[in-house]
Write a protein that binds this ligand. Structure first.
Ligand code: NAD
Length: 425
């Protein structure tokens, strides 16, 4: 091992996952891979160990094992290293390629960058992926929640999240205003008085690699459609450009039989289009309209690809349709690397009480398994979670929405899932 870890206990056995081909995301996964895990802050102390237990059970049930490498970020790192994101952790995730983390608290106040954003940017996890599908038995506000089976690819490194912004009252913001008004000729556009300004960078490179990931996913997972979601009618040179570049990827980088780029009009009825059999259709939709379409025509959407801010809003809205934060999984992908993490945060008020719902982190682990090619273990995790919930044994957040459910602690719920894994295997 090239890097000398300062305060990490290396697992006794286990091998490193190696990269066969970075461009094609191809990994060589041993029978007992070393997988770094960050339990996380707040309820991370409950859901982190729970996810570890369930994932290990699914690996064992399919004839494999996991050599966990516990690493630290956030509060636990401050205690151990006196810093938020130690090099040990970044290097472990970097060199082992596949890792999972629980939620991290972003302390409110000046000088704290979000650790999650820092990790995603440092290791170039450029696409945030969130599958949104209905699990039998989960309470939902929708009439037909089972129609939802979507996966969102959210660009993770640019857009207004790039952090290029200036606070009202500063010298910098005055300079930027002056530049925009005087040199760029937007003199009459902004109101007088204090102003905050941010920049929304969207690059061809960032847009195309994200859309490519979404299309490749659709092809590999037999999905029939990729919808590019932007607000290009208003933000022509950023979001409009995103969808245009995305369409170029569809048109220029794949065979017509494999990927069909739908004609350019955003408004056109799609029903009459003749799509080659088995081809993935790539289409564009406006972001605001999509927030209603996912509710009104849920089953028409499959894979969605979009810039950072749209992705943030849309995936939360979609998540609410199928049961909310406690069960929403996610993962960050780069080239031949994945960092799985639940969508929810550290919910500090519920921390350490053995009551939080670990489903989101467990299902994030399922995404990680899927990426490793452990499809049978991934299916087992999903099926066992579904069996547990549909038999009415759930954590407090779901129990209070269900008529006849039994409320379990995090530990009891975890044990119930493991039991189902053993039964189903
Ligand atoms: P949150 O997701 O932590 O909690 C919001 C509410 O959702 C909770 O009060 C709880 O009622 C419910 N909830 C969330 N997860 C649950 C679970 N597993 N089981 C049961 N109920 C659950 O959002 P927040 O309160 O806005 O953020 C708290 C902290 O988490 C902040 O510091 C924020 O920056 C951080 N955060 C981290 C991540 C991440 O690590 N990726 C994501 C979002 C927020």
């Amino acid at each position: 091992m090239s890097y000398d870890y300062e305060k990490v206990e290396m697992p006794g056995d286990g091998q490193k996952i190696e990269v066969v081909d970075e461009d094609n995301d191809e990994l060589d996964v041993p029978e007992t891979p070393i997988i770094p895990i960050v339990h996380g802050d707040g309820i991370g102390t409950d859901v982190g160990p729970a996810a570890q237990t369930v994932l290990e059970a699914a690996a064992n049930a399919t004839g494999r094992d996991i050599a966990w490498m516990r690493v630290f970020a956030g509060e636990s790192a401050r205690e151990k290293y006196d810093e938020n994101l130690p090099d040990d952790t970044v290097t472990a995730i970097d060199e082992h390629r596949v890792a999972i983390k629980g939620p991290l608290t972003t302390p409110v106040g000046a000088g704290f960058r979000s650790l999650n954003v820092a990790l995603r940017q440092t290791l170039d996890f450029y696409s945030n992926v969130r599958p949104t599908y209905y699990l039998d038995g989960v309470p939902s506000p929708m009439k037909a929640p089972e129609e939802m089976d979507m996966i969102t690819f959210r660009e993770n490194t640019e857009d207004v999240y790039a952090g290029i912004e200036w606070e009202a009252g500063t010298e910098e913001v005055k300079k930027v205003r002056n530049f925009v008004e005087e040199e760029m000729g937007f003199g009459e556009t902004m109101h007088d008085g204090p102003i905050g300004i941010g920049i929304k960078p969207i690059t061809e490179f960032g847009s195309k690699r994200l859309v490519r990931k979404a299309i490749d996913y659709a092809i590999e997972h037999d999905r029939d459609k990729v919808t590019l979601v932007g607000k290009g009618n208003i933000m022509k040179f950023t979001e409009g450009q995103f969808t245009e570049w995305g369409m170029e990827v569809a048109q220029e980088e794949y065979d017509d039989e494999e990927v069909f780029a739908a004609p350019d009009s955003l408004w056109e009825e799609r029903d009459d289009i003749d799509v080659p059999e088995d081809a993935v259709m790539v289409e564009e939709r406006l972001a605001d309209a999509m927030l209603q379409w996912i509710q009104l025509r849920t089953d028409e959407f499959s894979v969605l690809a979009m810039p950072n801010l749209n992705g943030d809003y849309l995936s939360d809205a979609a998540g609410a349709q199928i049961g909310g934060l406690g069960i929403a999984p996610g993962a960050n992908f780069g080239d031949a690397r994945v960092l799985a993490e639940p969508v929810h945060g550290s919910a500090p008020k519920h921390a350490g009480q053995d009551k939080a719902n670990p489903t989101a982190m467990i299902l994030s682990g399922r995404l990680m398994f899927d990426y490793m090619g452990w499809d049978d273990a991934a299916d087992l995790v999903r099926d066992a979670v579904e069996e547990t919930i549909s038999s009415g044994t759930v954590t407090y957040d779901l129990e209070r929405q269900l008529a006849d459910a039994e409320k379990l602690s995090t530990t009891e719920y975890t044990a119930a899932i493991v039991e189902h894994i053993e039964k189903l295997a």
